[in-house]
Design a protein around this ligand. Structure first.
Ligand SMILES: Nc1ncnc2c1ncn2[C@@H]1O[C@H](COP(=O)(O)OP(=O)(O)OP(=O)(O)O)[C@@H](O)[C@H]1O
Length: 706
């Protein structure tokens, strides 16, 4: 922490720079660059924002004038905009731009007062001054505090003013409030309740503390600043407020960080060497961490997920809440208007510009002990319910004579209507009328009883809140009364058929909703898995396309080449598929060839058969001829033996024909099987060709997209 502490500008006052404040004439001669804009207070700013960025331009210093004359690198365009007039010219917009004529008092009113109000309201708050060395950070945060003994001077800065205002607010709150009470205690004597918890009681106490810490601060002369702070200063103050309202104690607390950063500096310009150089390196290191933290916070506010390196420097670790956390934060970026500092000024303006995009999430820190807060809420709710029940009971009596009554029972399965029967068009028996009137009477009694229970509950809670009753005995009684109430409600529900019917319907509807919900959720899952499948297919298609057209599309493949190992697996699968198609195609061709051969063979066999048939017929005719033309007695032995031979040959031939027919049948069967196989292969081939065609089309589309 020591390195975080830094003494106030009081210690710098001996070596103050002479700054140039233009006269009226000078202002006129440099009218465009010197135009002054009134700082506008904006009371509603913090209602909508958690981060405020203010630019403060300090007057030219005598050393700057001696180097660059009155040349300036910036031009103010309005109370919110400033232009850096280098190359290229850059225009920046902030919440406020305070020119060199803006007094400490005015800046405090615009930025300091609302910060105190935020703290009193329970918001953590932070103000830090950022800027190059010698740009006026310490002047802004501390200014001249003149030993901390007198009231602040015209030039005193933000911190003393903040505490003076804070204590005057506390003073006012004490005098106008009855909350702080004087009590007497046997040991302590007379004391102001709660005041003992406040460790500082006036702004002077704070300034004294500030001075104690400031003695640790190192100030040294550099080329850029006669009294340059060599460490950051973080002054933290915890503000607590307590008050009682309706018997409940409220407790708010807020942390206020007032930060005077050490300035960023270039070794070349500051001329830092040795010890100064070490300091400068450390300063720049923590400032660059601050810059990185802010950059990452801005990225986060733009929806990126990033690690914020708060822990990389003590400064950012300490300011963690103020940057992107639970705080309302003001950043005052101090700049020099001189052309000598054009680059540093531009970098500060850029830093401030980035800081504008930080998103903080400030909440009121109110420690209302859980029980009390819950009880307060319960009391409010119960009071509402009591008045509702009261109006119901009154309404029920008023409506006694009317046709229909509608009653809502809190906690019962639903509200329901009942028919009084009075004046109803449907004729009801007197028994029914009587039982309905009785039921209604019972219900009114039930309501009255519940009303009484609620009222006594509220009284008990109030007694607990004011400490007159212990929470345990309240809870015990509450439990018993709730049990009684449940019993009353149960008997009402049991007796009322309509309520039971509604309860059943309610249950059924709940079940239906549950089923519809699960159906919907499952449906969603299906759709999602379909979509995933679709995407996977597209990826596969793209890969196939890549593999097939790799040669033609070397350029495109550079982009596709980013596909990872998973994609390569899929692509090898695609290659395998392609190979399978090729094998099938070959098989198909083989089959076709075999089929053709077989068909040819079958034709040959059919021809042979035909030949055989013809020769058999010829033989038959030859063997029958003597029977027709010659008598049997005229046949010789030779002719008989020849006929036997012929018969044998015929038999052999018939057998051969039978065998050939069998082979033909077999060949036919094989041909049919092969034809079937061919058909299957053809349809598979066709299917694959379609798929390939689709893929090609898809690839064409993808190509078009690429
Ligand atoms: N707005 C201003 N009006 C008048 N004088 C100013 C103003 N801003 C700064 N100065 C003077 O400029 C000089 C440098 O300012 P200061 O010491 O506050 O700079 P710094 O940013 O804190 O520097 P470092 O980072 O080196 O500590 C001081 O003499 C200071 O009084």
């Amino acid at each position: 922490m020591e390195s975080m502490l830094k003494s106030p500008s009081l210690f710098k006052s001996g070596s103050r720079e002479i700054l140039f404040h233009p006269t009226a004439d000078q202002k006129e001669t440099r009218a465009p660059s010197m135009q002054s804009f009134e700082l506008q207070e904006d009371p509603s700013f913090w209602k909508e924002h958690n981060v405020q960025v203010v630019i403060r331009v300090r007057p030219l210093s005598s050393s700057e004038i001696s180097v660059q004359g009155h040349n300036r690198c910036i031009r103010q365009d309005s109370g919110q905009t400033i232009t850096w007039s280098g190359h290229p010219e850059s225009r920046f917009t902030f919440d406020h731009v305070a020119d060199e004529n803006v007094s400490q008092e005015k800046l405090f009113k615009v930025a300091g007062v609302p910060m105190v109000e935020n703290c009193v309201g329970g918001y953590n708050s932070c103000m830090f001054a950022y800027g190059q060395t010698g740009s006026g950070k310490t002047h802004t945060m501390l200014g001249d505090i003149e030993g901390g003994t007198r009231r602040h001077s015209e030039n005193c800065g933000m911190t003393p003013r903040v505490f003076e205002h804070l204590f005057s607010r506390i003073q006012k709150a004490n005098t106008t409030s009855n909350n702080l009470q004087i009590r007497e205690d046997a040991k302590k004597g007379v004391y102001v309740e709660n005041l003992k918890e406040v460790e500082v009681s006036c702004s002077r106490d704070v300034i004294q503390l500030l001075l104690q810490g400031a003695t640790n601060r190192k100030v040294a002369t550099t080329n850029m600043n006669l009294a340059s702070s060599r460490s950051h200063s973080v002054f933290t103050c915890v503000i607590e407020s307590k008050w009682e309202c309706q018997g409940v104690m409220h407790h708010r607390f807020a942390r206020l960080n007032l930060v005077d950063l050490a300035g960023s500096e270039r070794q070349k310009s500051s001329g830092a060497e040795g010890e100064r150089l070490k300091e400068a390196t450390n300063i720049n290191k923590s400032l660059s961490t601050l810059g990185l933290v802010i950059m990452n916070l801005v990225n986060i506010s733009n929806g990126k997920s990033m690690h914020v390196p708060y822990r990389d420097s003590k400064l950012t670790f300490l300011l963690q809440d103020s940057l992107g956390g639970n705080s309302k934060t003001t950043i005052i970026a101090n700049i020099s208007p001189s052309s000598c500092c054009a680059q540093e000024t531009l970098s500060t303006l850029k830093f401030a510009q980035r800081a504008k995009f930080i998103r903080n999430n400030a909440i009121v820190n109110e420690d209302a002990s859980g029980d009390v807060i819950t009880m307060r809420l319960q009391i409010q709710q119960l009071k509402k319910e009591v008045s509702r029940l009261q109006s119901l009971v009154n309404g029920a009596y008023l409506n006694k004579e009317s046709d229909n009554c509608s009653v809502s029972f809190p906690g019962s399965p639903g509200s329901f209507k009942w028919d009084t029967g009075m004046g109803s068009l449907s004729p009801l028996t007197s028994d029914k009328k009587f039982s309905q009137a009785k039921q209604r009477e019972e219900e009114i009694q039930g309501l009255k009883m519940r009303l009484r229970l609620r009222e006594s509950g509220i009284k008990r809670m109030e007694a607990v809140a004011s400490g007159k009753m212990s929470a345990e005995s309240h809870l015990l009684q509450e439990r018993n009364e709730l049990l009684r109430e449940i019993a009353v409600l149960r008997s009402q529900v049991d007796r009322n058929q309509e309520v039971t019917r509604f309860a059943m319907e309610n249950l059924q509807m709940k079940e239906e909703i549950r089923m519809l919900k699960s159906f919907y959720e499952e449906g969603e899952r299906e759709i999602m898995s379909e979509q995933i499948q679709l995407l996977e297919n597209k990826l596969l298609d793209a890969l196939d396309w890549k593999l097939m057209y790799e040669k033609d599309l070397k350029k495109d493949s550079l982009e596709l080449g980013r596909l990872d190992e998973d994609n390569l697996l899929i692509s090898s699968q695609a290659i395998q598929n392609q190979r399978e198609v090729e094998v099938l195609r070959k098989n198909l061709n083989n089959c076709l060839e075999v089929k053709e051969k077989l068909e040819r063979r079958v034709d040959e066999l059919v021809n042979e058969l035909e030949e055989e048939r013809k020769s058999v017929n010829a033989l038959k005719e030859a063997s029958q001829f003597p029977q027709i033309d010659c008598p049997a007695t005229s046949r010789t032995d030779d002719s008989i033996s020849a006929a036997v031979d012929d018969q044998m040959e015929l038999k052999t031939m018939v057998e051969a024909i039978a065998a050939a027919s069998e082979r033909e049948a077999e060949a036919h069967e094989i041909a049919i099987i092969l034809a079937k196989e061919n058909d299957e292969l053809r349809s598979k081939d066709l299917e694959l060709s379609h798929q390939l065609q689709d893929m090609n089309e898809e690839i064409e589309n993808l190509r078009g997209l690429l």
